[in-house]
Ligand binder design. Structure first.
Ligand code: PLP
Length: 377
């Protein structure tokens, strides 16, 4: 198998699976229990929190476990709005956010909030100036992702944070860093963001566990889930101890030689780009800087067909969400491509495990597809 869909999810290293198995079978206590096995589980959870917080350069008290990146995004926006309920009901975001943010904003619009959706330019980028132009007295939240999951474009969060400060805005700044965590510089304090969402399964951890960073200056986080008062009262529900252990182990493993791993991914991406663009009819789409995501189009060849046929050959890549139920993804639509380019969009994404031979295999299969299939008109 050739796995080139690391932006969708990542393989789990054996050490992560082993650690999860150990916790499931040997350290299965409830962290809220008073007896030693429960207290051991509590200690383990707090140790994991420290490991992940260290990777973000924040205090462990600022990191709250959630069930996924989607929950983190929902919670961040809802709790930021509640925190700033006296500021106003205006939200700024972008048209190319993950649906976890976009659908939250759409639901809020139905409840009377007003949302400004910033559009990217043809390269896929958003500028701090666009945020500045949209900013109002009553802007309560700005939510802009760190790395776009389809184009790999990195958005200027530090500049946006500086702008909000300069304009003395009371808006809270949230970033969905699910694709940015351990791929690009991502420390929330260095970026100047108030809230940050991350997810384990994009970095070699298990699905079903994420976290939300909430800066220490924000007191009274509004709980999304009410109940037993776990996560210092902010997010009730018995801690998913094995998932948390897997998350922390994945962070530890990724952190070992991270600079070399990122350099390797960037090299693979450059190699892949060069080889793909040498195929007649393949064009680059967007100008994403993240080391792990490349977007191209095999112009005129419907990406759903390409992805299905390559999948049958054991090559996994994605159409972005380009042909989601026969419709173009909102990201591809936002780039304003012509129909044949938009229809042929492919997202190839890499991890530390990706090898140059994987790229050779992909290019050979794509060339074969192109030579044996008719393009759409
Ligand atoms: N945000 C971005 C940018 C993503 O790429 C994803 C997952 O694809 C999510 C949020 C959702 O994360 P999760 O799958 O953990 O809910």
């Amino acid at each position: 198998m050739i796995y080139l869909d690391h932006a969708a999810t990542t393989p789990i290293p054996a050490a992560v699976a082993d650690e999860m198995y150990r916790v499931l079978t040997q350290q299965f206590g409830n962290p809220s229990s008073q007896y030693p096995m429960g207290q051991e589980a509590r200690k383990m959870v707090e140790g994991c929190r420290t490991v992940i917080a260290a990777a973000l350069g924040c205090q462990s008290s600022e990191l709250h476990f959630t069930s996924c990146g989607t929950e983190s995004d929902n919670w961040a926006i809802l709790s930021a709005l509640w925190h700033n309920r006296h500021v106003g009901k205006h939200i700024i975001t972008t048209t190319v956010e993950h649906s976890a943010v976009l659908e939250t904003c759409r639901a809020l619009e139905a409840q009377g909030y007003e949302v400004t959706y910033l559009k990217p330019d043809k390269t896929g980028h958003i500028t701090a100036r666009q945020v500045g132009d949209a900013l109002r007295e009553d802007t309560a939240v700005v939510s802009v992702m760190l790395v776009n999951n389809e184009t790999g474009c990195v958005f200027p969060l530090a500049e946006i944070a500086a702008l909000l400060k300069e304009r003395r805005s009371r808006a809270l700044l949230h970033t969905d860093a699910v694709q940015g965590f351990m791929k690009v510089p991502c420390a929330p304090k260095a970026l100047g963001v108030d809230m940050m969402s991350i997810s384990a399964h994009k970095i070699g951890g298990p699905k079903g566990i994420g976290a939300l960073y909430v800066g220490g200056s924000i007191r009274n986080i509004r709980p999304l889930l009410h109940g037993g008062g776990q996560e210092a009262g902010t997010r009730s529900g018995t801690e998913a101890t094995a998932q948390i252990a897997g998350f922390a182990k994945a962070v530890e493993l990724r952190a070992e030689g991270l600079t070399d791993k990122l350099a390797h991914m960037a090299e693979i991406k450059a190699y892949c780009r060069e080889k793909l663009l040498a195929i007649d009819g393949v064009v680059a789409v967007g100008q994403g800087e993240a080391p792990h995501i490349l977007m191209v189009s095999l112009v005129g060849y419907p990406s759903a067909n390409v992805v299905t046929e390559l999948g049958a050959q054991g090559i996994c890549l994605s159409a972005g969400s380009a042909c989601h139920r026969g419709k173009l993804s909102h990201v591809v639509t936002a780039l304003g491509l012509d129909k044949r380019t938009a229809g042929g969009v492919l997202r190839i994404s890499f991890g530390p495990e990706t090898d140059f031979s994987d790229i050779d295999g992909l290019c050979a299969a794509l060339l074969q597809h192109k030579n044996t299939r008719f393009p759409m008109l």
